[in-house]
Write a protein that binds this ligand. Structure first.
Ligand code: NAP
Length: 255
């Protein structure tokens, strides 16, 4: 008996989980991507790309492709797809596992202030011009237009196109994981005075926070959106364990 697994991805964890599951003969896994990045990193399993058309579309997809387990391993800020996953899994009677990496927590030496959204964080930079390192999705940068007095260093995976209509912006194209020594060099080279970031959690992009701490640079932290109240595991290993338990109980039931 092979169980069909659909992983909603777009994260390092989803890719690592897919690689681990692809080694297990009990499972036939594939990954779904929204299609936001031009050249997504290769996966060990088949990948499908593009939206489903809301929770009803996702529920229909789960039924049509006979999915047994849906794993929501999307980014902690991707609230809509997670909400849709919860509803679609419930509507179609598919088992749901959610993998949500743990939030970053401020440590001694950090200077973090917290904001519910990007607009709030940019406004809090104040009216005096600063040199600001921004690590946000390239489709989320419009709030920067309301504070054109700053110089922005914008890092993204794909080019910001069209570029922002602001006088002073430097673009850096890069994809994590990022190393501490490179992050320190980046902040130094660009004489950065503030970091604006989302509380994504995870290791791949944590080094910038350590660099900011070491260099006494304030971090304007955008807090996570409120997610559907559904239990989530925090690591790939925990997700594998949850999947294993589910498969064993199904096998015991004689499914
Ligand atoms: P979102 O606002 O929660 O979702 C918007 C719509 O995009 C969804 O309703 C769905 O369209 C489609 N979608 C999202 N994830 C999908 C997936 N894995 N497979 C198929 N369709 C998907 O999502 P978002 O914040 O734009 O993020 C999009 C993707 O980028 C996610 O997969 C996420 O893991 C990844 N990502 C997001 C962030 C972030 O900061 N938000 C950062 C890194 C990576 P339909 O309603 O048509 O199904």
């Amino acid at each position: 008996m092979t169980f069909r697994i659909l992983i909603l991805g777009g994260t390092t964890e989803a890719r690592r989980l897919a690689a681990a599951i692809s080694q297990d003969r009990r499972f036939d896994a594939s990954v779904s991507l929204a299609g936001r990045t031009a050249n997504p990193v290769r996966h060990a399993t088949p990948v499908r790309t593009g939206g489903f058309g809301g929770s009803d579309g996702l529920a229909a997809f789960l039924t049509d492709t006979a999915v047994d387990v849906l794993i929501d391993a999307t980014h902690p800020f991707a609230a809509t797809i997670s909400r849709n996953a919860l509803k679609a899994a419930s509507d179609s009677g598919v088992h749901l596992v959610a993998l949500r990496r743990r939030e970053w927590q401020a440590e001694p030496g950090d200077t973090w202030t917290h904001y519910p959204d990007i607009t709030g964080a940019i406004a809090a930079l104040g009216s005096a011009p600063h040199r600001v390192f921004v690590t946000l999705g390239r489709q989320e940068l419009s709030p920067l237009l309301s504070a054109p007095q700053h110089h922005y260093l914008v890092r993204s995976v794909d080019p910001v196109d069209p570029p922002l209509a602001i006088e002073s912006v430097t673009y850096v194209l890069d994809r994590g994981p990022f190393e501490l020594k490179n992050e320190v060099a980046l902040l130094k080279d660009h004489r950065i005075e503030a970091v604006v970031t989302k509380n994504s959690g995870g290791e791949a992009s944590r080094a910038k926070l350590i660099a900011a701490r070491n260099m006494s640079i304030p971090v304007y932290m955008i807090d996570r959106p409120v997610m559907a109240d559904f239990p989530a595991v925090e690591t790939v290993d925990e997700a594998l364990l949850a999947l294993d338990h589910w498969a064993l109980s199904e096998q015991k039931r004689g499914v």
